[in-house]
Design a protein around this ligand. Structure first.
Ligand SMILES: *[C@@H]1O[C@H](CO)[C@@H](O)[C@H](O)[C@H]1NC(C)=O
Ligand SMILES: *[C@@H]1O[C@H](CO)[C@@H](O)[C@H](O)[C@H]1NC(C)=O
Ligand SMILES: *[C@@H]1O[C@H](CO)[C@@H](O)[C@H](O)[C@H]1NC(C)=O
Ligand SMILES: *[C@@H]1O[C@H](CO)[C@@H](O)[C@H](O)[C@H]1NC(C)=O
Ligand SMILES: *[C@@H]1O[C@H](CO)[C@@H](O)[C@H](O)[C@H]1NC(C)=O
Ligand SMILES: *[C@@H]1O[C@H](CO)[C@@H](O)[C@H](O)[C@H]1NC(C)=O
Ligand SMILES: *[C@@H]1O[C@H](CO)[C@@H](O)[C@H](O)[C@H]1NC(C)=O
Ligand SMILES: *[C@@H]1O[C@H](CO)[C@@H](O)[C@H](O)[C@H]1NC(C)=O
Ligand SMILES: *[C@@H]1O[C@H](CO)[C@@H](O)[C@H](O)[C@H]1NC(C)=O
Ligand SMILES: *[C@@H]1O[C@H](CO)[C@@H](O)[C@H](O)[C@H]1NC(C)=O
Ligand SMILES: *[C@@H]1O[C@H](CO)[C@@H](O)[C@H](O)[C@H]1NC(C)=O
Length: 808
């Protein structure tokens, strides 16, 4: 979600001193050893720090799959996920709630921070406020693995964390002979959104409970959510508190501490910023190790304590860490590859991507609040944004994890039940800003086309799912910035007009071009489900609407010698000219607003008309070539995801293979700076996983486009369907795994067989014939690019040429 202009403005020269070099050595050794193991520990291949530098915004914190908690440190500077690898940023504490891969510049969560400290001159001299307590790290020491996070401060205090779904254990190691002090924060979170709350110290049982109201990271500032934490300080009686009390402080002299006081009850500060406050405590007997148990809840303080008791109880740090590792192993084992014959970098990128693709959204089931309190449905937080995740994240889930997918679909449908429309950008338990309309339509329709036969068994009622879709398509919400679409005018004009009189709804008057394209694609998703449910009138209606993208195509516009581009359009039909290069990497105007700003007059969201104009069927190879060669491609934002594979639609699949190699090696690697931009809730991670497996999903369809895998063999296990599918790549040549495939090296798809039967096309196959039935897929490669550069049969289907005529 990070707009290009912001990205380029914020360029800085990163100093790479984190994470610890030992981490990479350990991963490399594990990958080398796994070549000869039959059941490798896939968690050992994961580098949680990929994407923690250069605006990847990945949270490397300790979490279980889809965990509600992700324990990570919070840093100064631009750090929406809390952590950043940049060693010049200061650490302000360790906290249990985070999101991974979000572009909100404010940051998200970071509540209930704890900061260990040495206060050699005692309680009253401890630094408590954010600015006073912050410290640098010891260089080259940050470490982590699935379910584990560690960081050592420059004063030699080591912090470690491990997690369950709603709780975690923290372990602090202090220098020998020092007295451990801790600051616990009530009022600071990353977006500085505290709207009142309380903190209570119960010294007898060594417990501190906190509860408060906080604000959104990517949504209306006036919305608040509630969150609670329960800190148990005594490690089952093995540790003893010494001093305890509360504090308040600011930057201009307030530094007050109340030794022995046990309660804070503070309301929203209506003038000025956050009224900083919290608890401060120390331990007796100078223990070198301090264990703290943390429970979190969105319901109540009592529930936060219960969550810690039920999920952790008296288990040790190592026990919880091992439980988390096993949960991750189960998830990562769904994809197996021929490790011995795959480049170690590819193995590390693949498993790190699969890891992040199961890190979010955050499972807050039984912890829902507001309208969702007491819901009997599953409840997932941090769906932001559906616009980012419908393209690759959910399609990846659909290959191997229908149970998890169904639970999230249940959350979307429940959003429709309670809010009236399906959620678009739910974050921090609140409705967030809509990006392209109701992208949930593409998420739930993708589920329907994949799993309609099993939907009931998976707990999804397809008729209800369809009712939710039709509401998104037909009912204009009063405010479409947070849900639904501006459908009244879209239906009236056949496009979202620029500068239109809309008397029935409000919303930010921008992105008319891209909103039209996205509404049309959302309608395509609805059409697919209508077809499945044999609603013939609706099939026709939404087929028509899915072609509305044509209504913003201005055939007269020329750019770089190419004719015809998407443009925003006035209600009277006249196009409102904007240069197609605006908001592309070739736009020399670095201050042009291209994202959600009200001053984004370009008509397109997070990309250029050049980009969006490559997304349609009337795409020509020359235009695509020019798009890449002239530098219009921008890997870091979602509208670009499918562009490198566009050649498939023009019957030139070998050229897609070349482009994908180039995109992967230009944009991804195994370093902290190894993502081309914000991970966007693992949209980027799942895109990379598809690229490495040589597949590309077409959302809301069961089409899978065939590319050239970066590994000679892989198996996808679908434990719900109880089937496995193995893809074997004949003539795989490891020399093809680089940016430019050398001449004479086999890399292009010559033919494909599925369970011995030749595929009707070497450009695509269908989920229902492949990963749903299981068995053996053989892809034979050739070095003869010319011979391989056609589909030899059916082209991937398109709605504009009568494709998708039958439901599968
Ligand atoms: C794996 O086994 C092969 C032959 O069986 C051997 O050459 C190679 O050294 C082994 N690799 C490792 C990392 O043990
Ligand atoms: C508190 O902060 C001040 C100013 O940043 C610093 O000089 C001092 O060493 C800190 N004290 C402790 C106990 O960390
Ligand atoms: C870590 O390394 C960076 C870059 O070399 C340096 O600026 C910084 O002071 C170091 N931090 C510590 C705590 O030594
Ligand atoms: C905390 O303060 C609020 C007013 O700001 C008050 O309504 C509430 O009762 C207080 N809670 C407790 C437990 O004292
Ligand atoms: C989410 O949590 C609920 C309640 O513990 C559990 O039943 C469900 O399986 C979890 N789902 C995922 C995807 O983690
Ligand atoms: C769909 O479009 C066709 C061709 O423009 C038109 O004849 C038909 O009436 C439309 N159907 C619906 C349901 O709008
Ligand atoms: C359509 O409306 C725009 C904006 O008001 C105006 O500039 C343009 O001239 C109009 N076109 C026609 C054909 O009236
Ligand atoms: C860049 O774009 C902004 C916003 O559209 C505009 O105000 C400014 O004049 C442009 N700058 C240049 C050099 O064209
Ligand atoms: C693996 O990735 C690292 C980090 O980007 C890079 O330095 C190295 O050259 C890569 N190795 C191969 C074989 O591509
Ligand atoms: C898969 O196997 C499990 C256990 O063997 C069984 O409970 C389940 O119903 C099977 N699922 C399907 C879709 O056949
Ligand atoms: C695929 O190509 C290989 C190599 O040319 C050939 O041996 C094989 O028969 C072909 N298979 C099919 C199904 O066409």
């Amino acid at each position: 979600m990070l707009p290009y202009a912001l990205l380029s403005l914020l360029l800085f020269v990163g100093v790479r001193a984190q994470p610890s070099p030992e981490l990479q050595k350990r991963i490399s050794a594990a990958i080398a050893a796994a070549a000869n193991q039959s059941n490798p520990d896939y968690t050992a291949f994961v580098n949680p720090f990929i994407g923690t530098d250069d605006f990847g915004n990945v949270c490397p914190g300790a979490s279980i799959p889809f965990g509600m908690t992700k324990f990570s440190t919070d840093m100064t500077g631009y750090a929406p996920a809390g952590y950043v690898a940049d060693p010049s940023q200061f650490i302000r504490g360790l906290s249990p709630l985070h999101d991974s891969g979000t572009g909100s510049s404010l940051g998200t969560y970071g509540n209930f921070e704890i900061m260990p400290s040495l206060c050699p001159n005692g309680f009253n001299t401890c630094n408590t406020t954010l600015a006073a307590r912050q410290r640098l790290r010891k260089n080259n020491t940050d470490d982590g693995s699935p379910g584990y996070f560690a960081l050592t401060l420059d004063n030699e205090i080591k912090m470690e964390a491990t997690a369950t779904r709603r709780a975690g254990l923290e372990r602090f190691t202090f220098p020998e002979g020092s007295k451990p002090y801790f600051v616990l924060d009530l009022a600071n979170d990353l977006p500085a959104s505290f709207a009142g709350g309380q903190l209570t110290i119960n010294p007898d049982i060594g417990r501190i409970t906190i509860g408060g109201r906080y604000g959104s990271s990517f949504g209306p500032g006036r919305f608040n959510y509630q969150a609670f934490a329960c800190y148990d300080l005594l490690d089952g009686g093995r540790q003893k508190l010494d001093e305890y009390g509360v504090w308040t402080g600011d930057l201009v002299g307030l530094d007050a501490k109340g030794l022995g006081q046990t309660r804070l009850n503070l309301s929203l500060n209506l003038i000025g910023g956050i009224y900083q406050s919290g608890a401060l405590f120390s331990y007796d007997d100078n223990p070198t190790t301090v264990n703290i148990r943390v429970g979190v809840s969105f319901i109540s303080e009592e529930r936060a304590c219960e969550n810690a008791e039920t999920e952790i109880g008296s288990a040790t740090f190592e026990e919880i860490r091992e439980r988390a590792r096993l949960l991750w192993l189960e998830k990562l084992s769904k994809v197996e590859i021929d490790i011995a014959n795959t480049s170690p970098n590819v193995t590390e990128m693949l498993y790190s991507s699969l890891y992040r693709a199961a890190l979010t959204p955050n499972n807050a089931t039984l912890e829902a609040q507001g309208l969702f309190a007491d819901t009997t449905s599953f409840y997932f937080d941090s769906l932001y944004c559906s616009w980012d995740t419908f393209r690759t994240f959910f399609p990846l889930l659909s290959l191997h994890s229908p149970v998890e997918y169904a639970q999230i679909v249940d959350t979307y449908i429940d959003g429709w039940r309670k809010n009236g429309w399906m959620p678009e950008c739910r974050a921090n338990n609140l409705q967030g800003w809509t990006q392209g309309g109701s992208s949930a339509d593409n998420i739930v329709s993708h589920f329907a086309v994949y799993y309609h036969n099993e939907a009931q068994q998976l707990g999804i009622d397809l008729n209800e799912l369809y009712a939710a879709l039709v509401t998104d398509a037909e009912v204009n919400p009063p405010e479409w910035n947070i849900q639904g679409r501006q459908v009244n005018v879209y239906k009236q004009y056949g496009y979202v007009p620029f500068a239109v009189l809309d008397v029935s709804s409000t919303g930010r008057q921008t992105r008319e071009g891209s909103r039209t394209l996205e509404y049309a694609f959302e309608d395509f998703g609805i059409r697919q489900v209508a077809q499945l449910l044999e609603k013939q009138d609706d099939v026709e209606k939404y087929t028509n609407r899915s072609l509305f993208y044509r209504n913003v195509w201005d055939p007269s516009i020329e750019s770089d010698g190419f004719k015809g581009f998407f443009q925003k359009r006035y209600p009277n039909g006249t196009f409102a000219f904007q240069n197609p290069i605006n908001c592309s990497p070739n736009d020399r105007n670095q201050s042009r607003p291209c994202s959600l700003q009200g001053t984004n007059v370009n008509g397109f969201y997070e990309s250029s008309s050049w980009e969006y104009s490559c997304s349609i069927k009337e795409t020509f190879v020359k235009r695509l070539d020019h798009f890449f060669d002239a530098g219009y491609y921008l890997a870091g934002n979602e509208p670009s995801f499918q562009t490198p594979i566009g050649y498939h639609y023009a019957d030139h699949p070998a050229q897609s293979v070349d482009r994908v190699r180039e995109v992967v090696f230009d944009n991804f690697d195994i370093t902290a700076a190894g993502l081309p931009g914000n991970d966007d809730q693992a949209a980027m991670a799942s895109l990379l996983a598809f690229h490495l497996l040589g597949l590309y999903p077409v959302p809301s369809t069961t089409h899978l486009l065939i590319l050239s895998p970066f590994t000679p063999k892989y198996t996808i296990h679908n434990s719900f369907l109880n089937i496995s599918t193995t893809v074997t790549v004949v003539n795989f040549d490891s020399k093809s795994v680089q940016k430019r495939i050398p001449p004479g090296v086999a890399a292009y798809v010559q033919n494909v067989t599925v369970n011995g039967v030749p595929s009707a096309s070497r450009c695509h196959y269908d989920f229902h014939d492949t990963f749903r039935t299981g068995g053996e897929i053989v892809i034979t490669l050739t070095a003869d690019k010319g011979e391989a550069d056609s589909c030899l049969g059916l082209l991937p289907e398109s709605i504009s040429t009568g494709g998708f005529a039958k439901a599968r």
